[in-house]
Design a protein around this ligand. Sequence first.
Ligand SMILES: C[N+](C)(C)CCCC[C@H](N)C(=O)O
Ligand SMILES: O=C(O)CCC(=O)C(=O)O
Ligand SMILES: [Fe+2]
Length: 467
Amino acid sequence: MAWQRLGPGGIAGKHSLYLQRPSTVARIPLCSIPKRQFHTPGIYSLAGSRKYKGAGHIPQLNTPRQSYKPYFQSTFTQRLGLHTPSVKNGGVNLEPHGKFPRFWLRENCQCPDCIHPITRQRMLDTFSLPEDIQTESVDIRTENVSVKWSDGHDAVYPRSWLSDHKLPPALEPSQEVLNFRDFRFVSGNQGHPTVEYQDVMESTKGLANWLKEIVSYGYCMVRGVPLEPEATQGLLERIAFIRNTHYGGFWDFTSDLTYKDTAYTSESLGVHTDNTYFSDPARLQLFHLLSHTGGEGGESLLADGFRAAAVMRTENEANVKTLIDIPQPWHSSGNDDVCIQPYQPFPVFERDELSGVLQRIRWNNYDRAVKVDWEPHVAEQWYSAARHWNEILGREDIQIKMQLEPGTALIFDNWRILHGRTAFRGKRRMCGGYINNDDFISQYRLLNDGREKTLNNIGTLDARLTC
Ligand SMILES: C[N+](C)(C)CCCC[C@H](N)C(=O)O
Ligand SMILES: O=C(O)CCC(=O)C(=O)O
Ligand SMILES: [Fe+2]
């Protein structure tokens, strides 16, 4: 059964009925409701339930329409398996290192037969192990904790590995609408975070420091970049390969509509993130103004999306929820040979589900497509939140304006910082490129944290939140 809307009363999911109450959402398992009654369109009431009171209209809908997704889902902890923070049954006691799930511990043996020492891939055939595998003996006194298992395997676990993979204490999803990772913001008049081209090109330390600046400030200037486009390309390639898109890989562009997009005109562009229409928008974007002759204008605009979202949270929390909950369609269809859209509609704010940390902002009003699958009152709610967002982004203390100069490149986090430009006249030549999230983060971590820590942190909450 598809999602259906129950009027103002609530919504019906596959397994549950969600009744909206003033501050919470009550989840009623469908199995507790007589099926016949539920499938019948019309007024549905929960009069039969002593626990929940509420009523809703179940319309007969051929196409499921999108409704307002309840923000706090009562099934959250179950879905993420966060129910049992401690290993109650079947845990192996390796105190003082902790208690670990039994099958998990066998499966995660760190010996070179189980984990390929060169490729770091799992060599062990997990499902060839008996499900009820047991420990025969445990020795925690050795440097590598050793465990003898009932399948005859002598397993080893480095102490540092055990402490890095301990079960975290009880995990509860954040009740905050939105949280933020550590980030710093400088306003234009305090000067911009800046590094030297030579440092980035010549030393790993210089490169590591550049990436760190991008992660903490969201953007960074690079000074002393030679004016041959190849130098800018080489600079980007210090981080990772340049992402190829329908605009090409490394771009060298001007206002000649080579590609049918307003970026290739001299018109002004309000602040936006690029690639809203990709399932995986590029994480980094670099611009280097190579020349601008015969006219003026074309100043660059930057707005810190994190700071703007934090402002919105203090001014109107419900608007933040709306921009998290209501996904939008996005597209890129200017050129005759493309019509790009992501595999699903995406909301303006995407959060880490557990911590509530804001991970990605998608905002480009030029590239927003026409949304049809929503109820009129949901649409109104979204437009009102989007109007608030747009207004915050335009505020003087949120937007930075700067005139790029040949020789200084600007790189920014396209998941956080919005960019735009004022209209211009004359001939303006810009080069640059995009870099993917995963390749950037890999470099950032390896260079700043080292390989051991990075590998030990894979998949942890910590690793998700550093950037
Ligand atoms: C390739 N280059 C950066 C020059 C232009 C990209 C065009 C911007 C596009 N509307 C978007 O939002 O992604
Ligand atoms: O011309 C500029 O300064 C930036 C244009 C733009 O937004 C883009 O190319 O993505
Ligand atoms: Fe852009």
